[in-house]
Write a protein that binds this ligand. Structure first.
Ligand SMILES: Cc1cc2nc3c(=O)[nH]c(=O)nc-3n(C[C@H](O)[C@H](O)[C@H](O)COP(=O)(O)OP(=O)(O)OC[C@H]3O[C@@H](n4cnc5c(N)ncnc54)[C@H](O)[C@@H]3O)c2cc1C
Length: 589
């Protein structure tokens, strides 16, 4: 039996990063809000504390903060003629669970997209000709511009207390920052972190090659900072445990640290944990979602929560799966190219490199993602692609440090993977490693998508989301090009040994690469080319708003969270200023 509950103004599915931000903004507008979170509550002052938080085995190896894939997972295959199998243990990407979601254990590399990224189809066509874009590359312009988003990027920076150095302040280029970025209205809220010893070596080498290195922007302040909601954040302590761990210093931005301390005090907000949302109740005639069904995972009881506004903030997989389960929009069919739900799925995979320096001590036992340096000379349309045979690009990020005892044991190529020789090599090289990483853009392809799996089900009996994904020729060429720049930089540093590791041709879900999954409910200018409009409002249900990277039409060459945070603020601003007074479509179809 399903228990029907009293109606609330707004229900939010997923109390991760965007879910918490949206709940805060909606309660500030006077709305009653229920947050449904499938995982447990997470309280930093109880859970993310010393000594337990610096436990590499618990968090990095055993993945304590990640989603439980015995309850819900993703099935995967490379191409549509293969049979997909469920991912039983997360590898390539690590979706989170519990209040704060994936943001509890993210890496905090904080980026804005380039102004040209938002109109990439038009820019490429204009620069390289009408036939330049291959037919199977299904990229499209975003329905929002950098200039429109800029105030919301700024607001999100000030939620997170981001540390960094501006390279373009109101149009004025500033050496030492990223001179390729779009104009910022304000400096970063916090000064950059100190660069690691390895990062300083890379900066020198990059400069000698004519590149423009700068300190990596990082979603944690370098000094105590009070954010837009009055939450005081601590300074990053360079503890060496960041990605896959949470933050003992109350510094790295997350839903739990930056929003929940004040959201918990909002009388209009109700948090329901272990509440696994299963379906949206869709009134096709009225083009509205009337309620959300969920299961209490502790008792197995089912509930129906009616609401005036429904916000889907459950990360890329849940957002797409929920529309498919609920019959909202047309599922994408790669054979015909018709349908939009599940289309333009993109995943950013990496190509790293390592340089080894004998007799150098680069203090690898400490560090933070913000102590790296970056050069961004080969990203997006910041450079000329004529004759290169691909579009897109990415930044190069490098440094030393934050090498924990189990995982941080880089050894030169040809070293055995176990035994006394391996032990001797880890001791020899531990102190002298500089790591490079490239990820780069992922330009959507007709063959990469998500749909419902015909065989495998989650613990509620619903079909799992199925991912059909492989790297494309365009993106492999782009990655190989970036690696030539990395190799040049490494050579300029004159290491004892180095290794450059190109991407495998076939994407594999086994080693970790990034949790930069995007697409599936993409945004666009018309119902014919998108699932949601420029305010992330579903074309097919005007009271349904979808937050997170599932709305990205494709993936530019940076990490996604800066942009999905800015988009959440941009959309909620419109909900508050227009939708609440006049419910209905915010953009005419
Ligand atoms: C190791 C790691 C490193 C990363 N590093 C970076 C980085 O350096 N830079 C960057 O930009 N990004 C990074 N990311 C990605 C970043 O964490 C995500 O982009 C961001 O957290 C997404 O926010 P979100 O609100 O969309 O989703 P989340 O924060 O994941 O929140 C979604 C929430 O919804 C809940 N949920 C899902 N389904 C349901 C359901 N059916 N019912 C109820 N609740 C549900 C989940 O439990 C979760 O709490 C990293 C991620 C990982 C794992």
């Amino acid at each position: 039996m399903v228990t029907k509950l009293n109606e609330v103004d707004c229900v939010i599915i997923g109390v991760g990063l965007t879910g918490a931000m949206l709940a805060k903004e909606m309660t500030m507008a006077g709305l009653t809000v229920v947050g449904l979170e499938r995982g447990p509550d997470r309280r930093p002052n109880e859970e993310f504390v010393l000594p337990r938080i610096r436990d590499e085995l618990r968090y990095q190896t055993r993945m304590e903060l990640m989603a439980d894939n015995s309850v819900d997972t993703v099935t995967f295959r490379n191409t549509s003629d293969m049979t997909a199998l469920p991912i039983r243990r997360w590898g390539a990407f690590l979706p989170g669970e519990g209040v704060g979601g994936t943001s509890n254990h993210w890496g905090g590399s904080h980026w804005r997209y380039l102004p040209t990224d938002f109109k990439i189809r038009s820019v490429i066509t204009e620069k390289y000709g009408a036939r330049a874009i291959p037919e199977d590359m299904t990229i499209q312009d975003w329905p929002v511009t950098y200039d429109e988003l800029e105030p919301y990027y700024d607001k999100f920076d000030k939620l997170c207390g981001v540390s960094g150095k501006a390279g373009n302040l109101k149009g004025q280029k500033i050496e030492g920052g990223n001179i390729f970025e779009g104009p910022r209205s304000d400096e970063y809220p916090s000064k950059p972190l100190k660069s690691s010893a390895g990062a300083l070596m890379v900066a020198e080498a990059a400069k000698s090659l004519g590149y423009h290195p700068f300190p990596a922007p990082f979603a944690a302040p370098s000094a105590p900072y009070t954010n837009i909601y009055g939450v005081t954040l601590g300074a990053c302590e360079y503890c060496g445990f960041c990605g896959r761990n949470s933050c003992e210093a109350n510094a790295k931005a997350s839903g739990t640290i930056n929003v929940m301390p004040v959201l918990r005090n909002e009388p209009k907000f109700q948090l329901r944990t272990h509440a696994f949302a299963s379906k949206l109740n869709y009134d096709r005639q009225a083009k509205r979602v009337t309620s959300v069904f969920y299961t209490d995972m502790n008792t197995g009881e089912e509930y129906e929560q009616p609401a005036n506004i429904v916000i889907l903030a459950g990360f890329v997989f849940t957002n797409t799966q929920m529309l498919l389960h609920s019959g909202i929009g047309q599922p994408y069919d790669p054979r015909t190219g018709r349908g939009l739900v599940g289309k333009n799925y993109c995943y950013q995979f990496e190509a790293p490199a390592t340089a080894f320096f004998e007799n150098k001590n680069l203090s690898p036992f400490m560090g933070a993602p913000g102590d790296a340096v970056v050069f961004d000379d080969f990203n997006g349309e910041s450079f000329d692609h004529t004759g290169l045979g691909f579009f897109g690009g990415g930044y190069v990020r490098a440094g030393s440090g934050a090498s924990p005892p189990i995982g941080g044991r880089d050894v030169p190529p040809e070293t055995p993977s176990w035994g006394s020789k391996w032990k001797a090599e880890t001791v020899k090289w531990y102190y002298g490693v500089v790591d490079f990483n490239t990820q780069g853009s992922v330009y959507a392809n007709r063959a990469n998508y998500m749909d419902l799996d015909p065989t495998y089900k989650d613990s509620l009996g619903r079909p799992l989301i199925r991912m059909t994904y492989n790297g494309t020729e365009n993106d492999h060429k782009m990655s190989a090009y970036l690696l030539t720049k990395v190799e040049a930089c490494i050579k300029a540093m004159n290491p004892s040994v180095y290794e450059v590791r190109p991407r495998p041709k076939m994407f594999t879900v086994v080693p970790y690469q990034s949790t930069h999954n995007t697409g599936g409910t993409m945004m666009g200018s018309t119902p014919g080319n998108s699932v949601v409009n420029r305010y992330q409002q579903a074309w097919d249900a005007h009271n349904l708003f979808i937050m997170g990277a599932s709305t990205f039409p494709q993936q530019p060459g940076y990490n996604p969270t800066g942009t999905l945070g800015a988009l959440a603020y941009w959309s909620v601003d419109k909900i508050k200023s227009s939708y609440l007074n006049n419910p209905g479509p915010l953009v005419q179809a």
